[in-house]
Design a protein around this ligand. Structure first.
Ligand SMILES: [Zn+2]
Ligand SMILES: [Zn+2]
Length: 295
């Protein structure tokens, strides 16, 4: 039996599994892309994923680092890769060293320090691009981007042999093409992410929206989180096909959050929203679980 009861949903062939409640635990994995955004308490279901993309060091997002790495070793898997803001690598190493002393076994790890603007290759055509967020010192978000090549329009009518000939002559026949697949904001206060084109047009946006009630705006500011009023303004400027909301507070009952979402978002945005908490993901459209959900 798995350690966690995770939310599971499927969007266009991509499965997204995880759990996210503010202050408790956040872990969101996309197994087909081989990435897990934040690691929460390291549920069993994410241990075999090779890349953890950590946004910041808060306990509810990072507690499972050592367990994730150690379990992979225990199960005979290769060392896990953890991308983390550069300034966190020192403390992460200290924690791992502490566990080695406590546990007596080595913990193989591939720790990669990142900063805004970096790109990390996950698979031959798949990259994690790092962008800045406003939450803690060095905090970041990630967009997973597929890179392809597209034949330049002026060569589209050429035959195969003609194309081979051009290549032999060293002529660049392709244009680079980037397809942003999934963006994960992690914890952040409002930032105008519409300035980053790959976020604006990313197919799936996984965003925090922690607070919903009017009197919670000061809480949002103090904790450097987003309030629905800010989030609605942000969504206005983005073109994502699917919007997955994470990190909702338990201070507001679920049914109230749903109602506030409906009142705050225009219908075309509200229809794209999925609230991602536990094993009961909920979709804006009609408030019903859609058949695309696995459970
Ligand atoms: Zn958090
Ligand atoms: Zn946080």
């Amino acid at each position: 039996m798995a350690s966690h009861n995770l939310a599971r949903l499927k969007i266009g062939g991509l499965e997204i599994i995880g759990y996210s409640v503010a202050g408790e635990e956040t872990v969101v994995a996309v197994p087909q892309l081989d990435v897990c955004f934040d690691v929460g308490k390291a549920p069993d279901q994410i241990i075999s994923i090779n890349n953890v993309l950590l946004t910041h060091g808060h306990m509810d997002h990072a507690a499972g680092i050592a367990y994730y790495l150690s379990q992979r070793n225990f199960c005979g898997q290769s060392a896990g890769t953890i991308l983390a803001p550069k300034n966190l690598l020192g403390p992460i190493r200290e924690i791992l060293d502490g566990w080695v002393r406590l546990d007596g076994n080595q913990i193989p790890a591939n720790l990669v320090g990142v900063k805004a603007g970096d790109e990390y290759q996950i698979k031959p055509n798949l990259f994690a691009r790092v962008f800045p967020t406003k939450h803690t010192k060095g905090s970041v978000g990630y967009t997973v981007i597929e890179k392809r090549k597209k034949l330049k329009a002026k060569y589209s009518k050429l035959t195969g042999p003609q194309i081979v000939e051009l290549k032999k002559q060293g002529i660049e026949i392709d244009n680079p093409l980037e397809i942003p697949i999934v963006t994960y904001l992690g914890d952040t206060q409002y930032v105008d992410f519409s300035q980053l084109e790959y976020i604006v047009n990313c197919k799936i946006l996984i965003a925090e929206c922690t607070f919903y009630e009017g009197e919670h705006t000061t809480r949002a500011q103090a904790g450097k989180h987003m309030h629905i009023d800010e989030f609605a303004g942000l969504l206005d400027k983005l073109n994502n096909e699917h919007i997955i909301i994470t990190h909702a507070t338990l201070r507001t009952p679920m049914r109230d959050i749903r109602k506030i979402l409906k009142d705050s978002l225009p219908p075309e945005k509200y229809d794209k929203v999925i609230l991602f908490m536990d094993n009961r993901p909920w979709h804006g459209r009609g408030g019903q679980t859609l058949p695309t959900f696995i459970t």
